[in-house]
Design a protein around this ligand. Sequence first.
Ligand code: FAD
Length: 413
Amino acid sequence: MGTTNDVVVVGGGIGGLATAYALARKGLRVTVLERSSEFGEVGAGMQIAPNCTRILDAWGLLSEVESLGVRPKNLVMRDAVDGSVLTRLDLDDVQSRYEFPYVVIHRSDLHGTLLRACQRAGVELVTDVKVTGYEQLADGAAAVHAGGRVEARVVIAADGLHSVARPLFSDDQPVNSAYVAYRGAVPISAVAGKDVSLEDVVVYVGPQRHFVQYPLRQGEMLNQVAVFESPKALAGQEDWGTPDELDGAFAGSCAQVTEGLPLMWRDRWWRMFDREPLMHWVQGRVALTGDAAHPPLQYLAQGAVMAIEDAWVLSEHAGAHRLPDGGVDWDAALAAYDAVRPEHCRRVLTTARAWGELWHLDGEQRELRNELLRARDVHDYSFVDWLYGPTALTPDQEPPMFEPQPLGHPVTA
Ligand code: FAD
């Protein structure tokens, strides 16, 4: 590892690789330090909205991503109990409106695309380095690990929910939602003859649970996500979210959901945590990005998307603040990044929580929600305009946020 880095990125997930690639595209020397023995992602799917595909296109990566993924036709919301259709987003229309597609893709395919792009751009990719601390330097910072330290003009922490850098900014802890996610990506033949849409993203919303299905890899695979509130978590038990809770949580769901459940992986599950929004991510020459800065609950499918937006915004500001000697005025670039991204991500984090509450309603509130969703104009984009449009580079470009109306009040568009 050389000591002439412009940038060290800690963590080689989607956020870290996107940051490394975006900055390398600006001609900067970038090193990524990853604690694992290889770069990789879990073998499940993810959704990437037009605010992400717009950036991938600007980076020259969209055609590769599209060739690996699927462009679904609709995002359909159905009731998890009776299976009825509540509302939908027409994703062809979404593409026309926002000029870029909504894509679903295997995580390892998106991660692999970014990894290959980093390799082509000359990013130094280092595995087996677990960063344990950070130091500020006169004109830079250092990432410290058991074998030494790596210096750079700037160090970007992209080390996820349990970020080692986060305590430099806040003494907060991850917030436990008591919800847990099971995943399962299976060959499409596993659902032959079943009532499964092979061209839509379908979300079944129900009391304290939801279930997601969408195709992957040109329709060769089906991705499923089952999310539920864990009774053991609510009871304060340590051992929560285990497979014995999965089937019970989905009892009384419609056939499309119960038929999908046996296909879930049962050997691993993801407890769902977010954090309170953090309004500053830059301290000296250390900055946070991705889940280290803003881990969300996943209900808006914007976690990795926000990380890619962070990378784009930071790199655009680095490019705009070049010094005559070819370096970057990092203090100015980081300040511009910090001025715009935390507020956007605060909005996403808080909206995702509210979204989850809406999805998981029970009883009369569920009935009322369903009525309102069925009455919704499917071409009303007021609740995604602020998300799917171009990523703001400055606070004045940030669009007004959609303010959901409490149930029982008239919904205005
Ligand atoms: P991570 O993916 O957590 O990567 C952190 C990396 O840093 C890892 O490689 C880790 O090994 C490394 N690391 C950690 N600590 C250290 C250290 N000390 N030193 C060196 N390396 C370290 N987002 C979407 O946009 N769309 C979706 O559809 C979507 N669906 C989701 C569904 C579920 C069930 C879940 C749980 C999440 C979903 N997300 C989705 C969110 C998305 O997965 C995350 O927001 C995103 O992966 C965060 O990326 P990251 O690179 O910031 O962090």
